[in-house]
Design a protein around this ligand. Structure first.
Ligand code: CUA
Length: 350
């Protein structure tokens, strides 16, 4: 009877363990966010698209396999003993107790120490492998500024300024200086780069390079307020020719208003309430605290890379930004006429 009870308890424990493991495995496989661009795989460093992420993935798999082997051996021995040496009805005496098993103790102390030393060596090798390469003239410089809750990307050598969408040529080292406008953020593009804090008053540095053409999700990964989860960005890795074409377009002045309605919208943006925070090309590189509007419609999404950039969403945004993204800095009401005019001009800013 007692024996049955022991077995029942062991089985209960094992099934509990299996449920927890299943949960862990499944929770690691949640699909990409619903706003994810359609052609991107799950944004994990395990789908690397850069030399840095490839090194991180390699280290991860080596350690994972080592851990899996240890897990199977330890749990195997545990299960074997639980079932094979379970107390049987005819067992009346306590089994002989053993002391000073020096070989066994040396093995289960020594093997973990050796494994930790091995992981340390592998990790040092990875840190060396992902260190920034020596600077070259062809490197691209980008100034990254974290804002609540969007990302500003300035290209000082190209006189280009954009938001939430970082364009880089494939196989080119990108050197970034990172600053924060307000609170601590963290810059992370799992498939391309390491992760680095973006801190007010401190300029941090990070390099990255993409070796696969495509779009890759970035995400602020330091809690920075109510919309932290909606502080995203996209890195677009493209051919040198596509990048050059993008730069050429970004360097153009903003579109000229073509009719009275657009002219009214233009004036509200440049001289009215919008100009307190937003820049439009002709203002030059000012100290804008909100995304540059010069080529707004060349971007795919807005407000921290979360809403598709189209007329409908922009209208909703102008009508009530706080309903779309609570807590953001844009908090005033436009009249219906103002919305019409601003919208008419905004959608021409390709
Ligand atoms: Cu910025 Cu979280």
């Amino acid at each position: 009877m007692k024996c049955k009870l022991y077995r029942m308890r062991s089985l209960k424990r094992i099934s509990g363990l299996i449920s927890i493991l299943t949960l862990l495995v499944v929770s690691g496989c949640v699909p990409a966010a619903k706003n994810a661009a359609p052609d991107t795989p799950i944004p994990l460093f395990l789908n690397p698209a850069s030399p840095v992420a490839a090194q991180q993935a390699r280290l991860y798999w080596i350690i994972f396999i080592m851990a899996a082997v240890v897990f199977v051996i330890v749990e195997g021995l545990l299960l074997y003993n639980v079932f094979h040496h379970a107390k049987k009805p005819q067992d009346q005496e306590t089994p002989p107790q053993q002391y000073r098993q020096y070989v066994v103790e040396a093995v289960y102390t020594g093997v973990p120490i050796l494994l930790v030393i091995l992981i340390f060596i592998l990790m040092m090798g990875t840190i060396k492998a992902i260190a920034a390469p020596a600077p070259k003239a062809s490197d691209l410089k980008v100034h990254v500024i974290g804002h609540r809750w969007w990302w500003e990307f300035d290209y000082p050598d190209l006189n280009v300024k954009t938001a939430n969408e970082l364009h880089i040529p494939v196989n080119t080292a990108v050197r970034m200086d990172l600053d924060s406008f307000d609170v601590i953020h963290s810059f992370y593009v799992p498939q391309l780069s390491g992760k680095i804090d973006v801190i007010p008053g401190v300029t941090n540095h990070l390099w990255l390079s993409g070796n696969t053409i495509g779009q890759f999700h970035g995400q602020c990964s330091e809690f920075c307020g109510v919309n932290h989860a909606n502080m995203r960005f996209t890195v677009i890795v493209e051919s040198q020719a596509d990048f050059d074409a993008w730069v050429a377009n970004q360097q153009m002045p903003p579109a000229q208003p073509q009719n009275d309605l657009q002219q009214t919208g233009h004036d509200i943006i440049v001289n009215g309430m919008c100009s307190a925070c937003h820049d439009l090309g002709e203002d030059g590189p000012g100290n804008a605290t909100a995304p540059d509007l010069t080529h707004l419609m060349s971007r795919q999404r807005f407000a921290g890379d979360i809403f598709d950039l189209n007329e409908d969403n922009l209208r909703r945004w102008l009508e009530d930004t706080q309903a779309m993204k609570p807590g953001n800095d844009m908090d005033h009401k436009f009249s219906e006429d103002q919305i019409k005019a601003v919208l008419a001009y905004l959608i021409t800013l390709k």
